[in-house]
Design a protein around this ligand. Structure first.
Ligand SMILES: [Mg+2]
Length: 427
C-alpha cells in the first residue's frame, strides 16, 4: 500500500503509552510454581512445595491488600516479589526463621498479626477526611511499634543472603522460560515513523521494569521514556521529609504538630498524589502527563522532578493527545477516565492474560468503558498502524491538576489516599 504524505504521519502529535505486564509481556500465570520447585530442589527451607506455593500466594494477596489502602505493595517495592515470598516462607518455617534469625514464635506471630491487622483495616474501610485518616494512622503506628521493628533485621538479612540471591537467579531463569516473547520492535518503530511519541507507563520499580524491557528487546527504544510509579513517588528531597516524619512517628508526635510544617504538608501532599503504593492512580497519570508535556523526548527525568511537573506553562506549548494501552481496567483505563473524564483521552484495553476476564464490558456503564477493546495483539497491532489517526485522539487542552496542597485541603486525593505509606520506611 502506498501511503500519501498526509497519512504517513497519521499519528503526529500522539503520545502512546504502553503497560508492560500482560500487555507487552505475558508471563505464564503459574510460573512461580515452577520457580519454587527449582528453588526447593537445592535449598531445604523446611517446606513442602504446596506449603511454599501457599506462602507465595499469600504474599501476593497481602501485597494487593496493602496496596488497596495505600500501603506499599511488597511485590512492587521490596525487592522482587520472590524476596518477599521467601520472607513469608520464612515465617512458616521454624527451621529457617528460628535458626537463621533467632526470631521466636511469638515474634513471628506478632509480625503476622500486624500484617493481618492492616488487612482488617481494608475490610472495615477507611472512612473519614484526610486529616482524620492521618491522625488514625499516627495513632495506629504508635500502638504497634514492636512488630515493624522486629521485621527490619530479618528483611535486611534475608535480602542480602545467598538464599535470596539464588532465588532471584532461579526466578529470572524460570521467568525467561515461562514468558511469551513477542518481537514488538517492528511495531514500535512503525508507530514512531507514523509520528507517535512512545512511552511506557507501569507500576513498580524502575530497575525491574527496565530489565523486563531489556529482555524483550525494547530497552533502547524506550530509553528515557519509562514512567514508573516508583519515580513519581520519590520526588526530589522526599528522603529528608520522610526522616522527619519517621522520627515524629517514633516519638509519638501528633499529626497536628507535623502538619504545621509547610514543608511536610507540601512533600506529603506530593507523595499522597503520586504515591507508588497507590499504584496507577489518577494522580500518578496526571504526573505522567505533565512529565510528557514538560519533556516530550525524555519524560522519565521529569517524573521525579517535582518542579518540572507543577508548572502548567509547558501545557500551552505541548498539548497532549494521549493513548493508553494496557490490560487492566482498574489500573490502565479507569484512573484516566477519573482524571480526564469520559472521552478525555483514548484508552485501549487488551483483554489478555490473567486479568483479562475481570471487568467485562457488559458490567461497565457505557461512559466508563475503554475507547477500544481487543482480545489479541494482532488485532490491536493492525488498529494502531492502520486505523488510529491523530484526529481521533482528543486533545487534553486543560492541564490535569497536580496542585497537591489544595487537594489535601479538599480531601480530594482520590482514589486511595489512606496515608499509611508515610511509615513505609519503617515497614
Ligand atoms: Mg498489565
Amino acid at each position: 500500500m502506498n501511503e500519501s504524505s498526509s497519512t504517513s504521519r497519521q499519528l503526529e502529535g500522539v503520545v502512546i503509552a504502553f503497560d508492560i505486564d500482560n500487555t507487552l509481556l505475558s508471563p505464564h500465570p503459574n510460573a512461580y510454581r515452577h520457580t519454587i520447585d527449582q528453588y526447593l530442589s537445592f535449598h531445604d527451607i523446611g517446606l513442602l512445595p504446596e506449603e511454599a506455593y501457599k506462602a507465595h500466594e499469600k504474599i501476593r494477596a497481602m501485597g494487593n491488600a496493602l496496596e488497596a489502602i495505600g500501603l506499599p505493595n511488597s511485590i512492587h517495592h521490596r525487592g522482587t516479589p520472590e524476596t518477599l515470598a521467601l520472607y513469608l516462607i520464612g515465617y512458616a518455617s521454624d527451621k529457617f526463621m528460628y535458626e537463621k534469625f533467632g526470631l521466636n514464635l511469638m515474634e513471628r506471630c506478632l509480625s503476622l498479626e500486624w500484617l493481618n491487622e492492616v488487612s482488617e483495616l481494608i475490610r472495615t474501610g477507611c472512612e473519614g477526611d484526610w486529616h482524620s485518616r492521618f491522625t488514625t494512622y499516627i495513632e495506629y503506628r504508635n500502638r504497634v511499634k514492636r512488630p515493624p521493628a522486629t521485621l527490619v533485621d530479618p528483611v535486611r538479612i534475608i535480602a542480602e543472603s545467598k538464599l535470596v540471591q539464588d532465588w532471584s537467579a532461579t526466578y529470572a531463569d524460570a521467568e525467561r522460560d515461562n514468558v511469551e516473547i513477542i518481537d514488538f520492535a517492528p511495531l514500535m518503530r512503525k508507530l514512531q515513523s507514523l509520528g507517535a511519541n512512545l512511552v511506557i507507563i507501569t507500576e513498580g520499580r524502575y530497575a525491574l521494569q527496565s530489565e523486563k524491557l531489556n529482555r524483550i528487546g525494547l530497552a533502547e527504544l524506550f530509553k528515557n521514556r519509562i514512567l514508573v510509579t516508583e519515580s513519581a513517588a520519590r520526588p526530589d528531597g522526599i528522603e529528608d521529609i520522610e526522616r522527619i516524619i519517621a522520627n515524629a512517628i517514633e516519638t509519638g508526635t501528633q499529626a497536628e504538630e507535623l502538619l504545621k510544617d509547610q514543608r511536610i504538608r507540601n512533600a506529603w501532599g506530593t507523595k499522597l498524589l503520586t504515591d507508588a503504593w497507590a499504584g496507577k492512580s489518577p494522580a500518578f497519570f496526571a504526573r505522567c502527563l505533565h512529565a510528557i508535556a514538560a519533556r516530550p523526548a525524555a519524560p522519565q527525568q521529569a517524573l521525579s522532578d517535582s518542579e518540572a511537573t507543577v508548572n502548567d506553562e509547558h501545557w500551552q506549548t505541548n498539548p497532549t493527545r494521549f493513548v493508553m494501552v494496557g490490560d487492566r481496567y482498574e489500573k490502565d483505563i479507569e484512573p484516566l477516565i477519573e482524571l480526564l473524564g469520559p472521552g478525555g483521552c483514548t484508552t485501549i484495553r487488551l483483554t489478555q492474560g490473567r486479568y483479562g476476564r475481570l471487568h467485562p464490558l457488559g458490567e461497565l456503564e457505557p461512559h466508563r468503558r475503554p475507547t477500544h477493546t481487543f482480545e489479541h495483539w494482532d488485532a490491536l497491532h493492525a488498529f494502531l498502524t492502520t486505523k488510529l489517526h491523530s484526529h481521533d485522539v482528543p486533545v487534553i487542552d486543560v492541564a490535569p491538576s497536580v496542585i497537591h496542597e489544595k487537594l489535601i485541603e479538599q480531601n480530594g486525593c482520590s482514589p486511595k489516599p489512606y496515608p499509611m505509606s508515610i511509615g513505609s520506611s519503617l515497614f
